[in-house]
Design a protein around this ligand. Structure first.
Ligand code: ASP
Length: 321
């Protein structure tokens, strides 16, 4: 594996809390490095010792399948020791605050803390209290930076570029940290972003985000290169945002009829977990030629390896270790 131009000390921040504000060279730096890990991950027994002796702690306050597993695998593929804090069996259940938990974990000298939390801003708060690198694995409806990076890597490998592509993000935008991180990344890297959703699921600040807004799938998907579908985040909904799931699927579920408005080779993406028959038809999700959904998961491991390596190595260089 080439060690070429990669220098973690070039990275501007000690933590990865979001994509907002991250300049194009640093996004490219992480994507280039992640791309170097893809082949390694496809090799039987492929493992490095870059982070041997370092400890990565996963602290997940919200459910997760892909993100937690791939952060664990990413740490292990780099040779780190990975500890998964199970919120359901930890002192968090006994009423311990996030800060107290953070201080407790910090006293064990981890090298990186990966946090997912239901409150926007939780990762930032944690980063202010601990000495190690903090990676945001999703904070409320705020950001999910590694998801946007893995989406970008998937797009770049399939389409050869991000710049100039028309990307439609469809569904529950208002509650989605995935949408927010992707809007920042895609705008920064020169793509054109459209949001497609019922009015109730579009954030009020949408116009400020430099995107085009559509409330009709066929109009919004017209001539798109990338179609990114999002799950309805019912866990963040206190009131009704649409009449019925059936009606939602009729107007906003991605099926072949709506997809025909996009380019013939438009790529179908979804961060998972998918709700088949709600935001996406099963046959579209499983379309071998056009759906990149499994590939997104694969890229997730490579991207998280790049992020862990960059931040842990950067921190060590800064502390002169
Ligand atoms: N897995 C993504 C997230 O954690 C998307 C979703 O849950 O719908 O935000």
């Amino acid at each position: 594996m080439s060690e070429s131009a990669f220098d973690p000390t070039d990275f501007p921040d000690p933590h990865l809390l979001g994509i907002e504000g991250l300049a194009p060279p640093y996004i490219s730096m992480l994507l280039d490095r992640a791309n170097e890990f893809v082949e390694l991950n496809r090799t039987v027994g492929g493992k490095l010792d870059t982070l041997a002796g370092r400890t990565v702690m996963n602290l997940f306050y919200e459910a997760s399948t892909r993100t937690r597993t791939s952060f664990e695998l990413a740490g292990k593929r780099l040779g780190a020791d990975v500890i998964n804090m199970e919120v359901s069996t930890s002192s968090i259940k006994k009423g311990e605050t996030l800060i107290d938990t953070a201080m407790t974990l910090n006293a064990m000298h981890p090298d990186a803390l990966v946090i997912r939390h239901g409150s926007s801003g939780a990762a930032k708060l944690l980063s202010e209290k601990v000495n190690c690198a903090v990676l945001n694995a999703g904070d409320g409806r705020h950001e999910h930076p590694t998801q946007a990076l893995l989406d970008a890597l998937t797009i770049r490998r399939r389409k050869g570029r991000i710049d100039g592509l028309q990307v439609a993000i469809c569904g529950d935008i208002v509650h989605s940290r995935v949408a927010r991180s992707n809007i920042h990344l895609l705008n920064t890297m020169g793509a054109r972003v459209r949001l497609i959703a019922p009015k109730t699921l579009i954030p009020t600040e949408a116009e400020r985000l430099g995107v085009e807004v559509f409330h009709d799938m066929r109009a919004g998907l017209w001539d798109c290169d990338i179609v990114m579908m999002l799950r309805l985040q019912s866990e963040r909904m206190q009131t009704n945002f649409f009449p019925t799931l059936r009606e939602y699927y009729h107007f906003f579920g991605l099926d072949y009829a709506k997809l025909s408005a996009a380019k013939d080779d438009a790529l179908i993406m979804h961060p998972g977990p998918m709700n088949r028959g709600v935001e996406i038809a099963s046959d579209v999700a499983d379309d071998i030629g056009r759906s990149a959904i499994r590939e997104q998961v694969e890229m997730g491991v490579a991207v998280r390896m790049a992020c862990l390596e960059t931040l842990v190595k950067r921190q060590e260089a800064e502390n002169g270790r």
